[in-house]
Design a protein around this ligand. Structure first.
Ligand code: CUA
Length: 417
């Protein structure tokens, strides 16, 4: 049997690469995950996708053209016999001026084809277009290890300052939104794949981006710059609402935290049994997001509405007391209630969010219980764990929360709609 010659190996390699490239392009057209940059939902992400596709077409053309010439040369001039394999190489020349100048010109042309839309896009994505400026909504997003704070400078609450939320950015749909980007510690990067991104949040350097959601919806965001232990799960959500829904959401958010009065008559059995079977330290890890994933937008809307019929008023009252007693107040604000801290996310309306732990866990009582019981299990290195629960050097528990106390805290936090 004849050993395959080097040129035929090359041909096989080229065929394999072509097949791989084709497959990648083909699957690319169907990639529709929650963070897909191929199924975009706004003009900025669309401009970025269009530019990406220009680059793909140009480079695909180069790949095919160079591959074809290479394949032709290897097939046409391959060694056809044992004598050919041992023959002297043909006489070498310095090259062909016409071929060289054509190759240089073709390369320049390819770069120019990519440069024009690139330059246009740099201008377009930098800031809201002049004609739209008056209609733009303003947000300030601040990254921290490892969560996002969102401030609404246009919504000033008397005696407090701008409206603040955490990890779920609610915006008006169909309207440009200009987002000022800040960081409290290291470099983070703000990225909502279906809407826009990514732009870095750099210490001491104000940055910004703009985005627009074509229609109301629930979009996934992600920190896209390595920022420490839990970078990979530093996520957030963007919820785009129609104008009336957005106005209603703002009105509710501007209210101080909801008060649930204790009422002996409404005291139901403690819902401890619902949560207590859950133990992360015993090896049970919570999977990604199985409960809301089918329709997270509907889940979000449902979360906005309090459900007094299923609330344990006594437990909520106990939770509010514990929130103070266990020093949660030092890092978290619950506007209108006791908390005043700013180290952690504002929890005034935490019960109305679909996620906790910076978008890494769904906001269900069971998950919130697991999160409070062992935050480091879900977000390694986070400050709630290091600062409040366990001494990092001695491993000694500084604040102990038993299951019943966590249940009360969960009931309280879930009541904050
Ligand atoms: Cu923040 Cu990565």
């Amino acid at each position: 049997m004849r050993r395959p010659t080097v040129p035929s190996k090359l041909v096989r390699l080229i065929c394999a690469f072509s097949a791989l490239g084709g497959l990648t392009l083909l699957t690319g057209c169907w990639l529709d995950g929650p963070q897909s940059t191929f199924h975009v939902k706004g003009p900025v992400a669309r401009a970025q996708l269009d530019l990406f596709m220009v680059t793909v077409y140009v480079t695909a053309f180069i790949f095919v053209a160079v591959g074809a010439v290479l394949a032709f040369a290897t097939l046409r001039f391959r060694a056809r016999s044992a004598a050919d394999q041992h023959a002297e190489p043909p006489p070498q020349s310095h090259g062909n001026f016409l071929v060289e100048i054509s190759l240089v010109s073709a390369s320049v042309l390819c770069l120019v084809i990519i440069a024009f839309p690139t330059l246009r896009n740099i201008g377009y994505t930098y800031d809201v277009p002049a004609a739209e400026q008056a209609n733009a909504y303003e947000i300030t997003a601040t990254g921290s290890q490892w969560w996002f704070k969102f401030e609404y400078p246009r919504e000033q609450i008397e005696g407090v300052g701008p409206l603040v939320t955490g990890n779920e950015l609610v915006i008006p749909a169909g309207r440009p939104v200009r987002i000022a980007l800040r960081t409290l510690d290291v470099i983070h990067s703000f990225w909502v794949p279906k809407l826009a991104g990514k732009v870095d949040m750099i210490p001491n350097r104000p940055n910004h981006l703009w985005l627009q959601a074509d229609e109301p919806g629930y979009y996934y965001g992600q920190c896209a710059e390595f920022c420490g232990d839990s970078h990979a799960i530093m996520r957030f959500r963007v919820i785009a609402l129609s104008a009336p829904e957005f106005a209603a959401w703002l009105a509710n958010q501007e209210r101080p935290a909801r008060v649930v009065a204790p009422d002996a008559a409404a005291a139901a059995p403690r819902p401890h049994a619902v949560f207590a079977s859950y133990r992360t330290t015993a090896g049970g890890a919570l999977a990604g997001s199985p409960e809301f994933d089918a329709n997270p937008f509907a889940a979000w809307k449902e979360k906005q509405v309090p459900d007094p019929a299923h609330e344990n008023r006594q437990l909520i009252t106990e939770g509010r007391r514990l929130f103070q007693e266990k020093t949660c107040i030092a890092c978290h604000t619950i506007r209108g209630h006791e908390g005043v801290g700013v180290t952690g996310p504002d929890l005034t309306h935490v019960g109305a969010r679909t996620t906790i732990a910076a978008g890494s866990l769904e906001n269900t009582p069971r998950r919130m219980h697991a999160w409070i019981a062992d935050p480091n299990h879900f977000k390694p290195g986070n400050k709630m764990y290091n600062g409040g629960y366990t001494d990092p050097t001695t491993g000694q528990r500084l604040i102990h929360l038993n299951d019943a106390e966590i249940d009360a805290l969960v009931a309280y936090l879930q009541s904050l709609k």
